[in-house]
Each structure stands twice: as structure tokens, then as C-alpha cells.
Design a protein around this ligand. Structure first.
Ligand code: TXA
Ligand code: MG
Length: 340
């Protein structure tokens, strides 16, 4: 069952109440959201939040997103909220949107990496909402994605289990995430709202609510220049991944096979079919619409990492705003890979 039709059962309620006890005692709990699974700790407990950094092996100074149960609690953690931010929150929460706002003194430095701003969102997964509600109105969960730093985000409880295992005190299972990509991050720190990370809420949705156009974040489909170790390497599978234009895809796949590299070719356009059997080449045909592609992407990359592939070749995705978040994640995933 996915979180779209997730119904919180009596068993889930029991699990949630156990999770609340763990969180109130300064522990960590991985929980489902509609985007990806989060690794949560009580925002107000500095020691508990520090555990998140240790478990994820995430450098201190990378700020965490604060999850709240309802827009009504926004002022508990932020101040000087611009009208446009309220508009977005009212229309798009609960949902995959994070707002960067001025923080107030209740948010500890460890959460924001010492910055005077805080990222905040209301997730829409019923289990996440119930967990937050049970914690109470003056509480919130600091939660990054529940994966080790630089790895692919988890979209199922099994992904969390595999990556973090016993390092986390409890994992709540809420099925497969329906969005499958992280939230869209919009900053209200400057005069105009700015997209810092494309994600589950599209540019069109934001513009519709705001009533004006926004600048696109810089995301390119083009094959990247790879400088080992010096570029952002978020969201990366352990198997090398390369993006390739549709036209060159099969020629490049053939070259990889000729080098005896077992390659998974991820395609989306229907005509891109593996026409001849080659033991080194495998194909994973992805959905043609961005929403379903996005939902499945991390799960597919997790699966490929589990199997013994030498290389992942990904057909470059369409060049329109619906694909922005996917393009961004693929781009980052390809950064750390040596080009063959
Ligand atoms: O969908 C999501 O956003 C998931 C779920 C669990 O809510 N969370 C997530 O968290 O993706 P994480 O930590 O993996 O990514 C959070 C991003 C980071 O890139 C961080 O730098 C940025 O949000 N961020 C958080 N607070 C910020 C702030 N005050 N200013 C600028 N960026 C911030
Ligand atoms: Mg993350």
C-alpha cells in the first residue's frame, strides 16, 4: 500500500505512541512522509538533534527541515512571515513544500546550522501528521531524509532499514512514498521568493498561487563536467550513473557493453527499445509522465544498487518544468560518477 491510500490502523497508532515516547526521551525515529522517509528528533532537544548528524554522517552546518503538524504552529518557530509565504502555506500544506523563513529563538542553532533562518513544512502523510499531532502543539520534528549523507533518499521503510539499520531507535512503516522526491524548497529570505531546490511541488503550482512568475533554479540536462570529489554528490547511487541524450543512448550503451560493463539503461521514451539481446545490456522502461517517473526513480536506483551492475545509463529527460526536480536529482546522481 502506498501513502496515497494509507489508513492508520490500531497497530499504527500503537507504533506512533511508542515513537512519541522515544522522541520525548531524546531518541530518533524514522517516519514516512509523502516525499521521502525522514529521520526525526525533537527540535527542542539539542542532544537528540545531534544524534541525527551522527547517524547520517552529515557534516554539522547542513541545516535540517522542521516538520510541524499544522500551519497554525508556524509562528512557534518563525517570525516576520511574508504574506506570500502564508499564501503558499495555506494553499499547499500539508504537502511537499518547505519554506525558508526567519527563525525565532525557540529553534536551536544545531537545527539551522547557525543560520538565522529555518526550513519548515507540514507533511501530508497521515502517519507523519498523527505523529506530529501526538507530540503536541509546541513540539516539532527536525528531520532530514533518512539516509546516510550523499546517498539516495529512502522511499520505503525497507530502504531505511538497509541504510541505517539499528542506528535509529525506531522505524515507522507507512508504505511507499507517493511523491518519491524531496520537497520543493522556497526561500523568503530575500525580497522575492526563490526556489532553492525543485521538488514535489512544481513551478507551475507555485506561480499559480503566487500570481507571478518565478526564476527557475539552475538545473541542466546536459552531460556534466566531472571533477572528482569537488562537486555536489547528493542523491548518488553507489553504481556510477551517467546521463545521455536520447540520440546517442544506444550507441553509448553498445560501447559500454563492448567494454564488458554490465549496464542498466533507464529509458522513458517509448521508441527507445533494446533491439538486440546483449548479455551486458539491461533496460528499465520508466513511465512517460513526470509524476510517476519521480515516484519510482529512487526505488529503481535502490534496486539497481542491490543488483550487481557496473554502470547506469540514464536517458536525458524532457526539457520542461514538470521534469525539473527529476532532472536535478539525476544531475546530482551523475556528479560523482567517472565517465567511461
Ligand atoms: O521532502 C523533504 O524535504 C524531506 C522530508 C523528510 O521532509 N527532507 C529532506 O531533508 O529532504 P534534507 O535534510 O535531506 O534536505 C534539506 C535541505 C538541505 O539541502 C538543506 O540545506 C536545506 O534543506 N535547508 C534546510 N534549512 C535551510 C535553511 N535554513 N536555509 C537554506 N536551506 C535549508
Ligand atoms: Mg537528503
Amino acid at each position: 500500500m502506498s501513502s496515497d491510500n494509507w489508513v492508520v490502523t490500531a497497530h499504527d497508532r500503537e507504533q506512533i505512541s511508542q515513537a512519541v515516547d522515544i522522541l520525548n526521551a531524546g531518541g530518533t525515529v524514522a517516519f514516512p512522509t509523502e516525499t521521502v522517509y525522514g529521520l526525526g528528533a525533537d527540535v527542542t532537544n539539542t542532544e537528540a538533534v545531534s544524534k541525527i548528524y551522527r547517524i547520517k554522517q552529515r557534516p554539522i552546518g547542513h541545516p535540517l527541515i522542521v516538520h510541524i503538524a499544522d500551519i497554525a504552529y508556524l509562528h512557534e518557530w518563525t517570525k516576520e512571515i511574508p504574506e506570500a509565504a502564508v499564501k503558499l502555506a495555506e494553499q499547499l500544506w500539508p504537502g511537499p513544500l518547505t519554506l525558508i523563513l526567519k527563525r525565532n529563538q525557540r529553534v536551536p542553532n544545531v537545527v539551522t546550522g547557525g543560520q538565522d533562518t529555518v526550513g519548515i513544512r507540514v507533511p501530508s502523510h497521515p502517519m507523519a501528521l498523527m505523529l506530529l499531532q501526538e507530540m503536541g502543539p509546541r513540539k516539532a520534528l527536525a528531520a532530514p531524509s533518512a539516509n546516510r549523507f550523499g546517498r539516495i533518499s529512502p522511499t520505503t521503510a525497507a530502504h531505511v532499514q538497509k541504510d541505517l539499520g539499528t542506528a535509529v531507535d525506531m522505524i515507522l512503516d507507512g508504505g511507499a512514498c507517493t511523491v518519491g522526491l524531496e520537497s520543493t524548497i522556497v526561500s523568503f529570505v530575500d525580497e522575492y521568493p526563490k526556489i532553492l531546490r525543485p521538488g514535489g511541488i512544481s513551478l507551475d503550482e507555485l506561480e499559480l498561487v503566487l500570481g507571478h512568475s518565478m526564476n527557475l533554479p539552475h538545473v541542466t540536462n546536459a552531460p556534466t563536467i566531472r571533477v572528482s570529489g569537488s562537486l555536489a554528490s547528493h542523491y548518488a547511487p553507489t553504481t556510477p550513473l551517467e546521463l545521455c541524450d536520447t540520440k546517442q543512448l544506444w550507441q553509448h550503451a553498445q560501447d559500454l557493453a563492448d567494454q564488458q560493463l554490465k549496464t542498466m539503461v533507464i529509458t522513458w521514451s517509448k521508441h527507445q527499445q533494446l533491439f538486440q539481446k546483449n548479455p551486458y545490456l539491461h533496460q528499465s522502461s520508466m513511465p512517460i509522465d513526470a509524476e510517476t517517473y519521480g515516484r519510482r526513480l529512487y526505488a529503481i536506483l535502490h534496486e539497481i544498487d542491490q543488483a550487481d551492475f557496473d554502470y547506469i545509463l540514464v536517458e536525458a529527460v524532457p526539457d520542461n518544468s514538470n521534469w525539473l526536480a527529476i532532472k536535478d536529482r539525476l544531475q546530482r546522481a551523475s556528479h560523482r560518477s567517472p565517465k567511461i
